[in-house]
Design a protein around this ligand. Structure first.
Ligand code: GTP
Ligand code: SPV
Ligand code: MN
Length: 605
């Protein structure tokens, strides 16, 4: 079938010959019933969501409560990223390293080529040109996703800058990352569709040498919205290694002090460990202001002035729903209240709104994420723990105007955080860049529902990038070390480690978190400005409890002290774990990180 002459559809709106050739090739392989080039218009959104509502994949929410918004439920087997099915198909297996699954590129292409054969039969194939980061960037990073999922096409409209304006800037021969996605559920003539088509066989494959993405079998965001983790982290981290920049799993926020001094902060926490919440934080301390630039991904490059500048490549938020509430993240609630959003695997209220755990007292009746009746006595949660909202960044009431500036914003501080019940203090500053890289390289966190698998297991997660480094993790850590070597130390961001999730012996969180994290940000700024003290502990510079502003905070001194405590016996347990973690990288691990480990051992003595 010729894409340009499909009955009733407009011809391909581009003269980009490599793009046209690729679309023709995929069309011939996957044999869709029709091909649609996405233009990114509001009319297109209405058409896509209308068709999905007719098909039963989406339910329109009450327009009085959530205008132009929809509720989706996935197949219960397709609810999160699938790390075991995610592959880095580098030519050299050593380029994938010990932390990634690897398959030879030809072998993966052969295997997926067979799965893709005829896989879009009976379906519409959408061609989605997109750009990660502002379109007016000096070196815009283009991609084109081909997908047979209208849910993906609608989600990509929220999450990326996409459509005809992108094709216009791409012109006739711009570089782009081809990103192919299929749910892997062809329809025979007359066969009725299911609510959430997907396939038990799943592959999320990346080809870093040729900068291509092939995804099969899953419709869930992290596996199917290929501009996000697949492009902006796995492929972009390889681009960044080659071109001397960083593609990181980080939020970006702007912090203004009562003295009107501005600092930009980036923070890397693993999936479902607090990035969206910190990015939109409402400070509980007077005179401080937070504005949002991004909640998940930061691309960072050195500017001519020697400072590290961050850009958010995304255009929307794909956030964890449970736990989001007026009390924890009021700015997310205000963003969602404006509508124009997709909600996936949350619960539906009887008046056509959404509900999830953490929103206060549950209503007497809900339709849960399985589509079943739910009451507070039901036992199981109404929403999947990895249920998500997908909403435009432009609706965030505290969006910093410079979020769209292609030059990015200069970062003063980088926070590395994880979810640890024990051991890791509320906040610690690194002694220098290398010690900060050591903090990032040894970051650990309990696993969450954001990926399929066991929840609550502590694992090392370097820079919160474990599932997202598109090459050898040892080379990745060396890249971080190298960037610091060439830079002016006074201009480098200062690096901190945080842990909002430490618990008391009774299991309670020791630190209240959320908006109260502004008190930790205040100490961070005071460290940057040289006005706060710190205790030199074996693991870094930690505030004395008295150095944290607790005015108006109802928190026992003992809890704060316990949250900040550095216990050498707990840390002594970490040391051999860190050594085992480092050992698997062999020669690739920069020797200076072993020196840092020796120094930690020495300090613990
Ligand atoms: P991804 O989108 O998967 O990358 O997650 P994220 O890092 O953006 O995490 P998010 O902000 O969505 O938070 C994940 C979960 O942690 C939610 O249930 C939050 O309510 C909870 N959470 C976030 N911040 C805090 C905090 O400071 N303290 C506590 N106790 N929980 C928090
Ligand atoms: C994460 O898991 O880090 C997310 C959600 O932000 S996903 O897009 O599914 O990766
Ligand atoms: Mn994330």
């Amino acid at each position: 079938m010729d894409a340009a002459t499909t009955a009733g559809l407009s011809p391909a709106p581009t003269t980009h010959s490599r793009l046209l050739a690729w679309v023709a090739e995929v069309t011939a392989l996957t044999t869709p019933a029709r091909v649609v080039w996405c233009d990114g218009s509001d009319g297109e959104w209405q058409r896509l969501t209308g068709q999905l509502a007719d098909a039963g994949t989406l339910v329109r929410l009450n327009p009085e409560l959530k205008p132009n918004s929809f509720w989706a439920r996935t197949d219960p087997s397709d609810v999160a990223r699938v790390e075991e099915r995610t592959f880095i198909c580098s030519v050299d297996p050593d380029d994938a390293g010990p932390t990634n699954n690897w398959m030879a590129p030809e072998e993966m292409k052969q295997l997926l080529g067979e799965l893709y054969r005829g896989c879009m039969a009976g379906r519409t194939m959408y061609v989605i040109p997109f750009c990660m980061g502002p379109l007016d960037a000096a070196d815009p990073k283009f991609g084109v996703e081909i997908t047979d999922s209208a849910y993906v096409a609608a989600s990509m409209k929220i999450m990326t800058r996409m459509g005809t304006p992108v094709l216009d800037v791409m012109g006739a021969d711009a570089e782009f990352v081809p990103a192919l996605h299929s749910v892997g559920a062809p329809l025979a003539p007359g066969q009725a569709d299911v609510m959430w088509p997907c396939n038990d066989t799943k592959y999320i494959a990346h080809f870093p040498d040729t900068r291509e993405i092939w995804s099969y079998g899953s419709g869930y965001g992290g596996n199917s919205l290929l501009g996000k983790k697949c492009y902006s982290l796995r492929i972009a981290s390889v681009m960044a290694r080659d071109e001397g920049w960083l593609a990181e799993h980080m939020l970006i926020l702007k912090l203004t002090s009562p003295q009107q001094k501005v600092h930009y902060v980036a923070a890397a926490f693993p999936s479902a460990c607090g990035k969206t919440n910190l990015a939109m934080l409402e400070p509980t301390i007077g005179g401080w202001k937070v504005e949002t630039l991004g909640d998940d991904i930061a691309w960072m490059r050195f500017g001519d002035d020697g400072r590290l500048y961050a850009v958010n490549p995304e255009y929307g938020f794909f956030g964890v729903a449970p736990g989001t509430d007026d009390s924890t993240n009021p700015n997310a609630m205000r963003t969602l209240a404006q509508g124009n959003s997709l909600f996936t695997n949350v619960a539906l209220t009887d008046d056509g709104d959404v509900w999830w755990e953490g929103m206060g007292t549950p209503p007497a009746h809900l339709t849960d994420w399985h589509g079943n009746d739910w009451t507070p006595g039901s036992g199981a949660p109404s929403s999947h723990p990895n249920s998500r909202f997908c909403t435009p960044i432009s609706q965030c009431p505290i969006l910093a105007p410079e979020y769209d500036d292609p030059r990015g914003v200069p970062i003063s501080a980088i926070l590395f955080g994880g979810r640890r019940k024990t051991t890791v203090p509320l906040v610690a500053q690194s002694r220098d860049w290398i010690h900060g890289v050591f903090m990032g390289a040894t970051l650990s966190s309990e696993t969450t529902a954001a990926a399929v698998g066991q929840v609550g297991v502590v694992r090392r997660d370097p820079m919160a990038m474990l599932p997202f480094i598109g090459y050898h993790a040892g080379d990745y850590l060396a890249h971080w070390v190298d960037l610091g070597k060439d830079a002016d130390p006074d201009k480098l961001p200062k690096i901190f480690q945080v842990n909002w999730f430490r618990r008391g012996d009774d299991g309670r969180f020791l630190w209240p978190g959320y908006g109260e994290n502004s008190r930790v940000l205040k100490w961070v700024v005071e460290r940057l400005e040289g006005t706060a003290g710190a205790v030199d502990t074996p693991v870094g510079l930690v505030p004395h409890p008295a150095a944290i502003d607790t005015e108006g905070l109802d928190l026992a001194y003992a809890d704060l002290a316990a949250a900040l405590h550095v216990d050498p016996t707990e840390w002594a347990v970490e040391v051999p774990q860190i050594a085992a973690w480092f050992n698997q990288f062999g020669e690739k691990l920069p020797g200076i990180l072993w020196t840092e480990l020796d120094s930690l051992k020495e300090r613990l003595r």
